[in-house]
Design a protein around this ligand. Structure first.
Ligand SMILES: Cc1ncc(COP(=O)(O)O)c(C=O)c1O
Length: 391
């Protein structure tokens, strides 16, 4: 009998997907004691009480059924009103789809818009799921660099150089995971011009839009009506409202594209979790003071970590959004994998090697400050000891 192996049993698309460099690393962390983790990118806060209570009430009221495939109208209207209020961009409720986080929205996006072989331009380093979702949908990833000398934003000329007749979309994700970079308005406007010139779709992951520090978030589809018509905006509740475990987010897009995404969603998910939808409705109603409070605390931790890392000789670009720092670790004489592994082994501090986020991450690690202030202080003490041995 023929021997079965993974490549025969799994599709080529799936077999060739790389395991996430983050998960691999945290499997090791899970086996260790007293680790201070600056690793996983999720809020350490529990979901604010009014939102929690809304979820509990929803269950107790017997809201235990499917909703419309789109998601509850109240949620979609709430998302649309919120975007109008924050960025003055207008979406109708049937241009909003409630999803199982931005994660699902990414899957729907590429399933809906890509033919096999269509190319998507993605600046790297970036969130680990972007390339995988393009590949799963049969697309081709074209990576361009988001360089430190451009404060980890995109050089529009790099986009122009990457365009071919097969280019279907440009992907942007600001504020950025893993660098904390934000996109200045001028850069966004240039990207918009290119998208118009080459008739491209823009996919904008704005999940960290509410976590910006001394910076006004630029919502891409709000730049002008023409751009709104070619943009798929992805957003969510995970980060700003500390709701990662609820699995709720949304996609906003012109009707024709949203209908396509809805078709994929209805056959794969049916409807986003009902409890989470009710909690998200409450988040939009009463979550704002909590968002502000958490953001103020992240900002305090951000300043502690950036100053501390720079003091240790780990040169760190000032992040203006999300909750990540991206220090250059070359002063340690190690590459990023060795640095992360040795730091974990010797001092029980977990960071993620920058190369887990794609090309351009070499020589950097990601250190997340969604961790208590006192733990960041202790992590910095341990790193100081580490650098005095290795710096
Ligand atoms: C940039 C970015 N996009 C999307 C996601 C996924 O978010 P969600 O919890 O909404 O699926 C994350 C999570 O880390 C992220 O960092």
């Amino acid at each position: 009998m023929q021997k079965t192996n993974e490549v025969q049993r799994l599709s080529k698309r799936v077999a060739e997907l790389k395991p996430s460099g983050i998960r691999k690393f945290f499997d090791i962390v899970a086996t260790m004691k007293d680790v201070i983790s600056l690793g996983i990118g999720e809020p350490d806060f529990t979901t604010p009480k009014p939102i929690l209570d809304a979820g509990i009430r929803s269950l107790q009221n017997g809201e235990t059924h499917y909703t419309s495939n789109y998601g509850k109208l109240e949620l979609r209207q709430g998302v649309a009103d919120n975007l109008q209020k924050l960025y003055n961009v207008k979406y109708e409720p049937d241009e909003v789809l409630a999803t199982v986080g931005v994660s699902e929205a990414l899957y729907l996006t590429f399933m809906a818009i890509l033919e096999p072989g269509d190319e998507v331009i993605i600046p790297t380093p970036c969130f680990v799921a972007y390339q995988a979702e393009v590949i799963l949908a049969g697309g081709v990833v074209v990576e361009i660099p988001a360089r430190l000398e451009n404060e980890f934003t995109i050089d529009p000329d790099d986009i122009r150089k990457a365009i071919t007749p097969r280019t279907k979309a440009i992907f942007i994700g600001y504020p950025s995971n893993p660098t904390g970079a934000v996109a200045p308005r001028e850069v966004m406007i240039e990207i918009g011009k290119i998208a118009e010139q080459y008739n491209l779709i823009v996919v904008s992951d704005e999940i960290y839009d509410r976590l910006v520090y001394d910076f006004d978030h630029v919502c891409f589809p709000a730049l002008d009506e023409g751009l709104r018509e070619r943009t798929i905006l992805l957003g969510g509740f995970s980060k700003a409202y500390a709701m990662t475990g609820w699995r709720i987010g949304y996609a906003c897009a012109p009707k024709d594209i949203l209908q396509g995404m809805l078709r994929v969603h209805q056959y794969t998910i049916m409807s986003a979790p009902t409890t989470a939808q009710d909690a998200a409705i409450e988040a939009l109603k009463s979550g704002e003071p909590h968002v502000q409070e958490m953001r103020t605390e992240y900002d305090r931790r951000r300043r502690l970590l950036v100053t501390g890392l720079n003091r240790l000789g780990l040169s760190t670009f000032e992040p203006r959004g999300a909750f990540y720092t991206f220090p250059n670790i070359r002063a340690s004489g190690m590459d990023e994998e060795t640095f992360a592994e040795t730091l974990l082994k010797e001092e029980s501090v977990a960071v993620v090697p920058g190369s887990a986020f794609g090309p351009g991450g070499e020589g950097f690690v990601r250190a997340c400050y969604a961790t208590e202030y006192s733990k960041i202080e202790e992590a910095l003490h341990r790193m100081e000891r580490f650098m005095s041995r290795h710096g």
